[in-house]
Design a binder for this molecule. Structure first.
Ligand code: FES
Length: 114
């Protein structure tokens, strides 16, 4: 298993995202209130960097480009979003956020015209 110590739990404010790069893998850590989630860094729609385009409010992440939305806890799409967010396994140990980066998660952008 490739659990990586990413940051202190208090480094990511509630209802926000923070970008990290560990061992060449970029990802975002989100504080969803009762824990943390980790997603690939880009929007599954058109590869916008959610660090710039993502807005967090009330447990919902919105990409401000075309307003795709997701439940930050489950990654499930909401409203017009057509794809879920991929999520890395995350755990919190002794005040540290640990992310399992065994396999880099990437969206398939080839099916846009389907
Ligand atoms: S690029 Fe994010 S909603 Fe379109």
């Amino acid at each position: 298993m490739s659990w990586k110590d990413v940051c202190a739990a208090d480094e990511v404010a509630e209802n926000s995202l923070k970008p990290f790069n560990v061992d060449g893998i970029s990802f975002l850590v989100a504080n969803v209130g009762d824990g943390f989630r980790a997603y690939p860094p880009v929007c599954p729609h058109m590869e916008e960097y959610l660090e710039d385009s993502g807005l967090c409010a009330k447990g919902v992440l919105t990409c401000d480009r075309h307003l795709w939305q997701w439940d930050m806890k489950t990654g499930e799409p909401k409203g017009p979003a057509e794809k879920p967010l991929l999520m890395y396994p995350v755990k919190e140990e002794e005040g540290r956020v640990m992310v399992n980066l065994e396999k880099e998660l990437e969206y398939d952008f080839d099916d846009e015209d389907d």
